[in-house]
Design a binder for this molecule. Sequence first.
Ligand code: URP
Ligand code: ZN
Ligand code: ZN
Length: 468
Amino acid sequence: MSNDLDFVIRHADVVTASDRFSCDIGIREGRVAMLGQGLPRAPRELDASGMLVLPGGVDAHCHLDQPMPDGLRMADDFFTGTRSAICGGTTTVIPFAAQEKGQSLQAAVDDYHRRAEGRALIDYGFHLIVADPTPHVLAEELPRLIANGYTSFKVYMTYDDLKLNDREMLDVLTVAREHGALVMVHAENSDCIGWLTERLLGKGLHAPHAHALARPAVVEREATHRAIAFAELVDVPILIVHVSGADAIEQIRWGQSRGLPILAETCPQYLYLTAADLGRDGYEGAKCVCSPPPRDPANQQAVWKALRQGVFSIVSSDHAPFSYDDPQGKKPGGKEVSFEHIPNGIPGLETRLPLLFDGVRKGQLSLHQFVDLTSLRPAKLYGLYPRKGTIAVGADADIVVWDPEKRVTIANEALHHAVDYTPYEGIEVTGWPRHCLSRGEVIVEDGKLVAAQAGRGRFLPAGKPCLD
Ligand code: URP
Ligand code: ZN
Ligand code: ZN
């Protein structure tokens, strides 16, 4: 192996989750090979003066080309989704291989590999979604998949086609404990939602705004508490995903204060949107229909505060891409449907980092917390560290040269996903990625996508979750 460098980033103001230092970064064969002053010249160089140099983002909760019930289709596949991710500074994604009821988990994983291969532009891992924990799945498939690099899985407490009952939840948590996996929990009480939905429909309430009324905070709070109780009973860590506001946060704090290993994730939609956005003109509110729904400004502040105080481990996008003017998207069959039939989820891969970074600028959290929440901790929790999540000798050269002063008014026409809208249209942020490298290759240069080779992204088998 030659000792020559392939690439040098000069005058880098490097920020990791714990440190800030000035140096040149030498890259060889896709990895960081040297950090130091005055590194030898390389065939390719880049001057990062005036910029921040950050580890590439790890988006540990996004949905790409996930098989959908008949008539629905996600707008982003692995190519358009990962293209959008890296244009927003994210260099690793972890979407979900979702088991359908009656399907083997291995079949779901095999199918998902076929969807990713030849399409992904950046590296990716898989979480599993366990929707049918049969004795065979619990005793054979899950342990084998965990050993083969699928060390995290999501379980749902709502959605008829995905939800587990309490006993099934306990069974899945037990496998996670025995084999060292991390369970992600979608915590909303399904029966409460069904009961409320019927009452709302009975009153003639069909508009998108009723989605928020059908899933109030108490519904999330109850399920969050129940999931925490299960984790205590089984004695296993869990991670509550897409936490929307103060009620669920209170439960998580309560669990953490008892010394339980309760981890939590939130998403930009709970910092920037409110339930009022679901009431946008006409059917436009469908653009913000996701679960749990965004709450109100007081809840937004509660989420910012909990981020500052370390209640949350990660911030993910929960990118779930359904186009608005699409008969397979937000208008199933080409119609404006009653709220309970609107596909849940909103796009956000590309806007995740800029929206959160704007909070750094406004004093809501520190720069190191920003890197921790969006890169280091997701890499650690999902078994990808130290290859991903930091800038260090030996790590993959997934690096973002970030312009902290660039002002951007978010507009869908400038984004790189295949969705026909962004819920954040018109929001102004300061800070945007300028250059993005994936394994030492410049994919985004001066804010423009310059290399878009579908299939260059590699699958990352995950190691065991690291909770430190
Ligand atoms: O509404 C949402 N969050 N859709 C995506 C699926 C999920 O539950 O994360
Ligand atoms: Zn969910
Ligand atoms: Zn999700």
